[in-house]
Design a protein around this ligand. Structure first.
Ligand SMILES: Cc1ncc(COP(=O)(O)O)c(C=O)c1O
Length: 385
């Protein structure tokens, strides 16, 4: 009855089962995995947000496959604030970065074609690729007081079926940026092998150091698809508004955009009220990012303060983003450890293997957790070692 691509293992994993049982029993829970910004106690300008959604222009249906021009101008202005000039025509609006990935995979790949993804990384890719009949091939990121792309392994992973290389900039959950010299090397490889760069920049604005990172949206050497959206930038995942920027040499950029436009035109998935609201919703990023970065810095400082009192656990360097990676004693699997923390300490963390860490001994904690909950959760977590 069903397509092979949907033959997923639908069984809940042991940690999810343990969490459901824990919740069903009404036990207390310190959730250090929280990633939904609307549940973290940040203040939003509700009036401005709701007013933006009530634009009378939304009453007319006048679709543009790339998305409403005024919304695309607002996205262009977001990049202009980073001194990146983009024509609004190179921007396509989508309902999520997940949808943007779908459009890009459909534009680049025949069934069974391959896309390279970093390891460790965000777990959604496997499903996005399965649904589009794309095969993911991993390339390792190595850690040595900071993360870097293992270019030797990346090049070995390329086959005749490879169509593109995904970079998450900064990466989730490692929180590191692609470095300018890595961009150069990526361009060299992708141009030589006719591959596209697919850059996920949903966390670009959450740098913890003062230096402004580059954006792949300004990359013109290899064909590059850069995606981002309001779900992280303005902390508004419920608005379902994202975008895809296409850049690169003209001979590739124009046909890529023309093909993407047909895909976008086939769905016309953006709704009018949200598109009219995008300029105002993008403005919300300023107060949101200020609060979020203050929270992340405070939680990181608290984490470091507590880590300094013991010797078993350490954290990896974080350059950006909403997460910290803890290195913990690998005396059992990360999943067993997470289940034990839940059962014995009422603390919920993600094991490294959720993000394809290549070995045991890593836990991921969310730095956007409310401060008191974070401090209490970390204390309990460290008490088991
Ligand atoms: C790296 C990365 N990309 C994309 C997304 C999803 O973003 P969207 O809500 O726009 O689909 C997430 C969400 O956590 C993410 O971590």
């Amino acid at each position: 009855m069903f397509a092979d691509r949907t033959n997923w293992n639908l069984q809940a994993n042991p940690l999810s089962e343990a969490l459901s049982r824990h919740r069903a029993q009404g036990k207390p829970l310190l959730d250090l995995t929280i990633s939904n910004p609307t549940e973290c106690g940040f203040e939003y300008d509700s009036r401005a947000i709701l007013q933006a959604l009530a634009n009378p222009s939304s009453l007319a249906y006048d679709p543009d496959p790339r998305g409403l021009l005024s919304a695309r101008h607002a996205v262009a202005a977001y990049y202009a604030a980073r001194a990146i000039e983009l024509p609004a025509d190179n921007i396509i609006l989508t309902t999520s970065t997940s949808e943007a990935y779908t459009f890009v995979f459909r534009t680049l790949c025949n069934p069974g074609d391959e896309v390279l993804i970093p390891e460790p990384s965000y777990p959604l890719f496997a499903f996005l690729a399965d649904i589009q009949d794309v095969k993911l091939v991993r390339y390792p990121l190595d850690y040595d007081y900071g993360w870097q792309i293992n270019f030797h392994a990346l090049q070995q992973a390329i086959t005749a079926r490879t169509r593109g290389v995904i970079v998450v900039h900064p990466n989730n959950p490692t929180g590191h940026f692609t470095k300018p010299r890595e961009l150069e090397k990526l361009n060299e490889i992708c141009m030589a092998r006719n591959l596209a760069i697919i850059a996920d920049e949903v966390f670009l604005d959450f740098a913890l150091q003062d230096q402004t990172p580059f954006s792949f949206a300004q990359n013109s050497a290899a064909l590059t698809f850069t995606m981002s959206g309001l779900s992280k930038i303005s902390g508004l995942p419920q608005m379902k508004a994202a975008w895809l920027v296409t850049s690169g040499p003209e001979r590739l950029q124009s046909p890529a955009l023309a093909r993407l436009e047909i895909i976008a035109d086939t769905y016309l998935s953006m709704n009018a009220p949200v598109q009219w609201a995008i300029p105002a919703l993008l403005e919300q990023r300023h107060p949101f990012q200020k609060q979020l970065l203050a929270r992340v810095r405070k939680n990181l400082a608290e984490l470091d303060r507590q880590l300094a009192t013991q010797k078993s656990c350490a954290r990896l360097v974080v350059e950006a983003g909403w997460y910290a990676v803890l290195r913990v004693p690998a005396t059992r699997s990360d999943e067993e450890l997470a289940i034990e923390l839940l059962a014995q300490k009422n603390v919920y963390v993600h094991p490294g293997h959720f993000y394809d860490f290549p070995s045991e001994g890593f836990l991921i904690v969310s730095l956007i957790t409310r401060e008191e909950e974070f401090a209490a959760g970390v204390k309990l977590l460290l008490s088991v070692f």
